[in-house]
Design a protein around this ligand. Structure first.
Ligand code: COI
Length: 356
């Protein structure tokens, strides 16, 4: 597939502090952009990253009809870059689209656009361990009107951002607050979609958690506030009596994480006992009290594998694995990052390679 490419005449690369990348602070030179009008998407094109012409009446600003994705490209050991499991993200983007009435996008066209963009801005891919080029597609209603209805015009924009770890703690265990006052999603809602509403709903509790020294919030189910859902920026996994347990996706309140799927696939291959099922905070509390919790960690594209050293629930602190990274989390981290950079053989064909 060939896209019209308009190159920038002013690179942004000089503005990047490569020694202090952090997450999502810098943007590369170009975007892949496609517009939907009169019932169809255009072919898509590559354009310079920059300002877009929208009016205050932009419907998405008012009603949040927007979805996004997060995937990553890594400098490959053999040269070029590996984009990790982009097909999964494109499928999930289209599932999210359906949940908030956005027209879906052709999978192959989007994958081709992403590859083209990564190739064009390859000089923005950082090379140190734990760093990558984060790829952020976003789709939003771009009509101007105030009636509460699905838009008739949309923009799809893919931007990229050179990043380091999502959490300042890196691979060190994070402390997480279990929210009992606020909920992120309810059954029948949009918890399974990567849509703005879920993130807006998480901000109050997230700010509260930060003020109190926690990195993130662990969300419980929206009705009884007992069953564990997810962290918002990552899915959650428990190793209890050496069994890997993670909340199931069946209620539609948990995001179907790509790293979650990667971890479950590897765990099964390694012969671990794996369960996707309901797990309540009381079950974790009991298992912790009887010393049966081996490890807790989060999984996500941005977070990769993030050990959880402490959970606070109703004022009580549960400490896991002495606040240290455990062997299971370490093995997943080493294996996944090894596959992503090509240091470990990619037997599942998870990487899409880009030459440049
Ligand atoms: C990701 O892991 O890519 C996410 O989208 C999580 C967060 C940065 C919103």
């Amino acid at each position: 597939m060939n896209f019209k490419v308009t190159k920038t005449d002013k690179t942004r690369i000089e503005g990047i502090d490569w020694n202090n990348l952090r997450f999502g602070v810098y943007f590369s030179d170009h975007v892949f952009i496609s517009r939907y009008k009169d019932g169809k998407w255009d072919d898509g094109a590559i354009e310079p990253y920059g300002l877009l012409p929208f009016e205050p009446g932009l419907c998405t600003l008012h009603y949040g009809q927007t979805i996004f994705e997060g995937l990553k490209a890594f400098k490959a050991k053999s040269g070029g870059a590996n984009i990790f499991r982009p097909d999964m993200n494109v499928k999930r983007l289209n599932r999210s689209a359906e949940l908030v009435c956005i027209p879906t996008y052709d999978d192959e066209r989007l994958l081709a656009g992403i590859r083209e963009l990564v190739k064009l801005d390859s000089k923005f891919i950082p090379g140190n361990k734990g760093q990558s080029l984060y790829i952020r597609p976003v789709v939003f209603g771009s009509g101007h009107f105030l009636g509460v209805t699905a838009a008739s015009e949309y923009h799809l924009i893919v931007m990229t951002s050179p990043v380091a770890s999502y959490y300042a703690a890196g691979l060190n265990p994070v402390k997480i607050m279990v929210s009992t006052d606020h909920v992120r999603a309810v059954q029948g809602g949009v918890g399974a979609a990567k849509t703005a509403a879920n993130y807006a709903a998480s901000l109050w509790a997230g700010m509260d958690a930060h003020k109190r020294g926690f990195a993130q919030v662990l969300w419980l189910d929206g009705v009884n506030r007992k069953d564990i859902d997810e962290v918002g920026a990552m899915n959650i996994m428990f190793v209890i009596d050496n069994e890997l347990i993670t909340p199931s996706l069946s209620k539609g309140t948990v995001l179907a994480g790509v790293t979650r799927n990667t971890v479950l696939t590897l765990a099964k291959e390694w012969g671990m006992k794996v369960s996707e099922r309901n797990i309540s905070i009381d079950e974790v509390d009991d298992a912790h009290a009887s010393g049966r919790v081996n490890e807790v960690f989060g999984t996500g594209t941005a977070a990769v594998i993030s050990p959880v050293g402490l959970l606070e629930y109703k004022g009580k602190e549960m400490i896991f694995n002495d606040m240290k990274i455990g062997p299971v989390a370490q093995k997943f981290y080493d294996t996944i990052t090894g596959i992503q950079t090509g240091e470990i053989e990619d037997t599942h064909k998870w990487n899409q390679h880009v030459d440049f």
